[in-house]
Design a protein around this ligand. Sequence first.
Ligand code: PEP
Ligand code: MN
Length: 340
Amino acid sequence: MLIVLHHSATAKDVEHIKKTIMGMGLKPVAIPGAERTAIGVIDNQGWVDDILLRGNKAIQEIIHVTKPYKLVSRDFHPKDTVVPLGNKVTVGGASPFLMIGGPCAVESRDQLMKTALHLKKAGVPVLRGGAYKPRTSPHSFQGLREGGLDLLDEVRKETGLLVVTEIVSPEHVELVADKVDILQIGARNMQNFDLLTEVGKTKKPVILKRGLSATVEEWLGSAEYMLVNGNPNVVLCERGIRTFETATRNTADLAIIPLVRKMTHLPIIFDPSHATGKRDLVLPAALAAIVVGAHGIMVEVHPDPERALSDGAQSLHFKEFDTLLAQARSLVAFKKQKLS
Ligand code: PEP
Ligand code: MN
């Protein structure tokens, strides 16, 4: 339920309404807006009887929100959320278009540092790299795990870049949060609710990938877990979904980007690498995402993709990454936006 107050409502009115809601055994969340305040009600298991609120003169409207997500919905928070990723970098709203690049997996100090220096020179603020790799086969490279985290930590300190890595277990939250700036929840873990809850208890920015076969409602439900637990710094990432088509690794669901922007105030970025699985499709898919309104892109790039230990076929060479960056820069300039 969402309670929209009149312009004239006072702080005393807000307190009174919050008390009434708590008296009903529910949790009020005040949502201050530029023009008027609203109060969201969470923790209800179904329809809420609003009889105790109906006569209140400070209330303009009571909206019964029946969606499985509330805090992430535009009904609750009409303005775009801007997520701070570090001291100087933000994503969402009118922030510069966000560029994230890096290898699928952290493989060695040399590989990570070479990539980081290339990104830094190109002005890209965020380096990606998986330390824990959830792989389809147990025989595939599983990541350097704690060793990979240490390398990410070392490289961010040396270069000043922000780093993002995937977290795969709720038990790892403290360890990973200490070594990187941004957490990533992968497609395969989008509905790992214990993981979402633990990450929600931190204030760390988190990139939430869309599950392999997740509907938008399921995806937003997962984001809701983190907001309900106290973390508002969630960035959605469309990375392609599983369809009948096998010519590309996944099917890039680009129309979902403008749709999601209508449904939620959270920023949404696009991962053209996993969405296509093919190096030569990464550039056109990335540009398409800019056109449809993504707030940023996350691209796999590797100093030697032919020898990459994971996702080499979709990883760009440095030169290809530079071409993508130049074209992205022109496109965002055309859209009168800046590139981070
Ligand atoms: C990744 O970013 O390397 C990754 C494993 O992505 P996803 O979870 O989208 O498959
Ligand atoms: Mn990958």
